[in-house]
Design a binder for this molecule. Structure first.
Ligand code: HEM
Length: 139
């Protein structure tokens, strides 16, 4: 069994990050903290269509749990993620991407994770957030 702190060494594969990170509890906390920051961000908040961010929080939480090897509740509720497509309605330029990744980095760092888990999450978020840019010319 891998512990949340200190015990993880070597390479982590996507399949065991969920457990090494501490399971559902960690991802719930991560996304709650992330959206608490989004809620106060004048650049990002207007992109979210819903009045409160509860549903968005639930969707991202379930997606990450599934992505990192936990239960596949996201797919049962939402079908195939197709994230690029689902982000098409929202104008995401470099500035939005940097704000998103900045809040996520802060949220990851708030969790006191083992270094290998922290790195796996941040490497993924860095690449995935860049891939979500759909307004390349916009600052
Ligand atoms: C690059 C900056 C990003 C911005 C500005 C952004 C913005 C948004 C917005 C406005 C929504 C709709 C809110 C809702 O669910 O009702 C959304 C949904 C979502 N985003 Fe992002 N996002 C970004 C990057 C990412 C990344 C990197 C991931 C994955 C790691 C991600 C995962 C999701 C998921 C899973 C949903 C819900 C999809 C669904 O089931 O409908 N987003 N995002």
């Amino acid at each position: 069994m891998l512990g949340v702190r200190g015990r993880v060494s070597g390479r982590l594969s996507v399949g065991n990050v969920y457990e090494a990170a501490g399971g559902d509890r960690t991802f719930r906390l991560l996304v709650e903290r992330f959206y608490a920051r989004v809620a106060g961000d004048p650049l990002l908040r207007p992109l979210y269509p819903d009045e409160d961010l509860a549903s968005a929080t639930e969707r991202l939480t379930l997606f990450l749990i599934q992505y990192w090897g936990g239960p596949s509740t996201y797919n049962e509720r939402r079908g195939h993620p197709r994230l690029r497509l689902r982000h098409q309605p929202f104008a995401i330029g470099q500035a939005e991407r940097d704000a998103w990744f900045g809040h996520m980095t802060w949220a990851v760092d708030s969790l006191d994770l083992a270094p290998a888990v922290r790195k796996a999450l941040l490497d993924y978020f860095e690449t995935a957030s860049t891939a979500m840019i759909n307004q390349p010319g916009q600052r």
